[in-house]
Design a protein around this ligand. Structure first.
Ligand SMILES: [Fe+2]
Ligand SMILES: [Fe+2]
Length: 293
């Protein structure tokens, strides 16, 4: 399936202007009825509004250096998707605050962290975006292909995270292709992999630190049962953090390109389901995974 962007060029990237209804009666511990697992995803959500705006700006900065009309159209659709993601995660984060979770320190950290990043050279900012996009693509690949990751989540959040994952999968090569247009050779490779060193520790260590902070604010810091379940979820089965660590190594190959990673057949099935609707109803669709075994 492919879309026609505003320029009329088919890009395969479909910005779905979905509005999720973040209602107050949604459970606070929406994943596995467990605070530590839930706050892992909540911490990620708290980084998205500022983070995705940064990604968009770092790619947009080089928009007038792109001559290829197909890549120009993909950049347009990438910007639309990320802007909608940021909007929906702002609503997600507002509900978290409405539930009484104090997110002010994480917000402060994100605002200052991104403000610092914006002072670095523009090419490094784009390299950071490429590295972040690889991590989000790995995350998306895991969510879309492994039913265990969202199996015990509330249907509303399953729907939200799979929608975001699917769109990340669709646009995973855009920032990388822009980077390759403006930065090649050995210098381009070295900058790209150095940015990943920076981003990998930022995500793999920074997000769990935010998770610990949210647990502390909830008065759940010493909930060892919950930490045990979260450890298993992140590192053992389904092991989402373990999968990120393994997938990062791929990025260091000189011939790496995001499109070389095959997310599996489930992605096409998810894409066919995610049509644009104004009011989003909870969807789990376990049959998608069951159909092909
Ligand atoms: Fe996104
Ligand atoms: Fe993205």
């Amino acid at each position: 399936m492919a879309s026609d962007s505003a320029s009329g060029v088919s890009t395969g990237i479909i910005p779905r202007n979905i509005h999720f209804e973040f209602e107050e009666n949604l459970p606070l511990d929406w994943h596995s009825n467990d605070p530590a697992i839930t706050h892992l995803y909540d911490a990620l959500s708290l980084t998205f509004p500022e983070g995705e705006k940064f990604f968009v700006d770092s790619v947009r900065h080089y928009a007038d250096r792109i001559d290829d009309p197909e890549l120009k159209a993909r950049v347009d659709d990438f910007i639309k998707q990320e802007s909608i993601h940021a909007r929906e995660h702002r609503s997600y984060n507002r509900l978290l605050a409405a539930h009484g979770v104090d997110t002010s320190f994480v917000d402060w950290l994100m605002n200052h962290g991104v403000a610092f990043m914006r002072k670095t050279p523009k090419k490094f900012q784009l390299a950071v975006t490429c590295a972040d996009e690889h991590l989000t693509a790995l995350f998306a690949e895991a969510i879309l292909s492994d039913p265990r990751i969202m199996k015990d989540a509330h249907p509303f959040y399953q729907d939200l995270w799979r929608w975001h994952a699917m769109e990340e999968e669709e646009h995973k090569s855009v920032a990388y292709d822009v980077y390759q247009t403006v930065s090649g050779g050995v210098g381009g490779y070295l900058l790209r992999v150095s940015a990943m060193l920076f981003v990998a520790q930022d995500i793999l260590i920074g997000i769990p630190l935010m998770q610990i902070h949210l647990m502390r604010k909830r008065g759940q810091l010493f909930n060892m049962k919950s930490w045990g379940r979260a450890f298993r979820h992140m590192w053992v089965a389904p092991g989402i953090w373990r999968r990120l660590c393994v997938g990062i190594l791929d990025y260091y190959r000189p011939g790496f390109h995001p499109s070389q990673r095959d997310p599996g057949p489930e992605v096409v099935k998810w894409r066919n389901l995610y049509v644009e609707t104004k009011k989003r109803e909870a969807m789990t669709h376990p049959q998608l995974f069951a159909a092909d075994g």
